[in-house]
Design a protein. Structure first.
Lengths: 112, 111
């Protein structure tokens, strides 16, 4: 059974602080996606990482994929209240790439 | 494009009632999905479809049914609502393995 562990579960910070959230798997990722879900909305894809060691940047967000493809991190620089939301990682289900398995998410609250 | 639309946005049901959650996408995606999201539990897959006329169970299908008669529509049916089905329901569609597009969700309460 695929298991995606995300940490921390909850993070509350002040505007301007930096933070890192993590996603780890019990097995090697084929690829990994990060989604952000704002309150009252559906998740929206932020990035997909495929290659071990890959680093992708999206404005103030930096995504890293571990060399062994068993872990990934999302780093936010100078967090803003608009970054508030639930950050979910997901990977294609091992049994077939038709579906995704999601982690439980990290809830981020950025206060002004 | 409207993307993925879901109706209703909110609904309260009594135990034993039935209802259909509607989902429509205008992106001509073959793959469509239904998830439920409970607090602190992430997204659990209920049912999915790889094309019109083809559906398959996900991780938590009990108490639900689906049909896919057209590419655009993928309704989710609750026949005998139970308090355990209180949740937020999301419909999604995708064009390839790397991105799913989600609707805004339906918040369902069963009392």
């Amino acid at each position: 059974t695929q298991l995606l562990e995300q940490s921390p579960q909850f993070l509350s910070i002040q505007e301007g602080e930096n933070l890192t959230v993590y996603c780890n798997s019990s097995s090697v990722f084929s690829s990994l996606q990060w989604y952000r879900q704002e309150p009252g909305e559906g998740p929206v894809l932020l990035v997909t990482v495929v290659t071990g060691g890959e680093v992708k940047k999206l404005k103030r967000l930096t995504f890293q994929f571990g060399d062994a493809r068993k872990d990934s991190s999302l780093h936010i620089t100078a967090a803003q209240p608009g970054d508030t939301g639930l950050y979910l990682c997901a990977e294609p289900t091992v049994s077939g790439y038709s579906t995704l398995t999601f982690g439980k998410g990290t809830m981020l609250l950025v206060s002004p | 494009n409207a993307g993925v639309t879901q109706t209703p946005k909110f609904r309260i049901l009594k135990i034993g009632q039935s209802m259909t959650l509607q989902c429509t996408q205008d992106m001509n995606h073959n793959y469509m999905y239904w998830y439920r999201q409970d607090p602190g539990m992430g997204l659990k897959l209920i049912y999915y479809s790889v094309g019109a006329g083809i559906t398959d169970k996900g991780e938590v299908p009990n108490g639900y049914n689906v049909s896919r008669s057209t590419t655009e529509d993928f309704p989710l049916r609750l026949e005998l609502a139970a308090p355990s089905q209180t949740s937020v329901y999301f419909c999604a569609s995708r064009v390839d393995v790397h991105e799913q597009f989600f609707g805004p969700g339906t918040r369902l309460t069963v009392l």
